[in-house]
Design a protein around this ligand. Structure first.
Ligand SMILES: *Cc1c(COP(=O)(O)O)cnc(C)c1O
Length: 429
């Protein structure tokens, strides 16, 4: 068994100083038990903990690191950017360049505003949608995560569509009262919400391929239905592509599925591993943002030169020919290998996979919404996770998150992963 002595010591200190010892809850491993390993460094598809253990990493900082860790080109531009000054709070040419790359890759984004996180992006996009439509209500889907802004921390709710109740202490019910909920992949539920609130809904916000309840695929025609339903109702369609943007295709899920939203939220990959977010879309809508229009939204570090530089080089590398074809092939190969390993171990699972994102669900059928995703056996996942970790494979520490393949994963990494998986699936029977 690998030693985790130093990780344990540091985590003990961390718990004295930070709530749960972490700065984002899922990092504490509570969903899988055990204690988190403390990471010292990463290179390519690998990370090393403070005890020197080597892991093949499928978390990729929760999505941003599609090039792998410490990609030499990213490191180089970051060093250069740091030498020129880490922040000015003034316009730089780098922002213009990243904006040009984003707008060129995602045709529905005519104008873009950079922020510091995906949370800021979705919060601001909803403010904008409300200002543009003059309406207050928004519809989100159970199990879709859009960051931790008050009004979006609502997902539970029985019945077809309910008024959102907060998922978090400290969120007044009045803050989520304007948030309507529906199950994903259920067109009738959406129609019923629109019928019940004629002329009141500013926007529908959706992860086009939900990845925050594990990866759940939209059923054929579903995203197109959302486009038509919002158009009919005079509401905006907001794609939260914080994960899927530059992950499924250069133009994100909207390009992959050929459905054009009014506004798009980005984050993760577009910062190349640095803190970033962005929202953008139709020029007539974006014109409402200050200083052009009356919607206030600002940020001391927004458009930060280091984040912009890392984003620019990342998007440039991703625009090379064949990148996404390659990621699709790798994702499918890993998913097939994992299915085979589970079968060999007689450990029934369902793998949902699209391109380089996937989830091993300990369930008999692929989930189509939050209710069915939640039926997965999280205890079996925890055993699988722990066995994989002990064998040097770092998976998301929760059943309800996505695994990511990066351009840095090698065939040898997959071989080692699948060897480990045969043992881990047996442990999770
Ligand atoms: C990660 C994520 C967010 C929040 O982004 P942060 O940078 O963590 O604030 C929003 N939406 C989706 C779909 C995400 O996956």
């Amino acid at each position: 068994m690998p030693s985790h002595d130093r990780s344990r010591q540091i985590f003990e200190q961390a718990q004295q100083l930070m709530p749960g010892g972490v700065n984002s809850p899922v990092r504490a491993f509570r969903a899988v038990g055990g204690e988190p390993v403390v990471i010292a460094r990463g290179r390519g598809a690998h990370i090393w903990d403070v005890d020197g253990n080597d892991y093949i990493d499928y978390v990729a900082s929760w999505g941003p690191l599609i090039l792998g860790h410490a990609h030499p080109s990213v490191v180089q531009v970051l060093q250069k950017a740091a030498e020129r000054g880490a922040s000015f709070g003034a316009l730089t040419e780098l922002e213009v360049e990243l904006a040009r790359l984003v707008c060129a890759a995602v045709p529905s984004i005519e104008r873009v505003r950079f922020v510091n996180s995906g949370t800021e992006a979705t919060m601001s996009a909803l403010r904008l949608a409300r200002a543009f439509t003059g309406r207050d209500k928004v519809l989100k889907f159970e199990g879709c995560y859009h960051g931790h802004a008050d009004g979006l921390l609502a997902k539970a709710g029985s019945g077809v569509a309910t008024f959102g109740l907060p998922d978090s202490a400290g969120v007044p019910a009045s803050y989520t009262a304007e948030t309507l909920l529906a199950p994903f992949n259920d067109p009738d539920a959406v129609s019923r919400v629109f019928d019940a609130h004629p002329g009141e809904i500013a926007a529908v916000i959706v992860e086009p391929v939900p990845a925050n309840m594990g990866v759940v695929l939209p059923e054929p025609g579903y995203l197109r239905f959302l486009r038509e339903a919002t158009e009919r109702a005079g509401a905006l369609l907001i794609f939260d592509e914080v994960i899927t943007g530059f992950r499924l295709a250069l133009g994100g899920a909207q390009m992959y599925y050929g459905v054009v939203p009014d506004l798009t939220c980005l984050g993760k990959i577009i910062g190349g591993g640095l803190p970033v977010g962005a929202y953008g879309g139709r020029a007539d809508i974006m014109a409402l943002i200050a200083p052009e229009g009356p919607v206030y939204q600002a940020g001391t570090l927004s458009g930060n030169p280091m984040a912009m530089a890392a984003g620019i080089i990342t998007l440039r590398i991703l625009s090379n020919d064949g990148v996404y074809r390659g990621l699709d092939v790798m994702g499918a190969a890993l998913a097939d290998g994992l299915r085979e390993a589970a079968r060999a171990a007689e450990s029934p699972v369902t793998l949902t996979q699209l391109g380089s994102m996937m989830t091993v669900f300990f369930a008999s059928d692929p989930p189509r919404d939050y209710a069915s995703a939640k039926r997965a056996d999280a205890a079996r996942y925890a055993r699988f996770f722990t066995s994989m970790l002990d064998q040097g494979v770092y998976l998301p520490p929760s059943q309800f998150e996505a695994m990511f393949v990066s351009l840095a994963h090698l065939r040898a990494d997959f071989d080692r992963t699948l060897d480990a998986a045969r043992t881990a699936f047996a442990a999770a029977r």
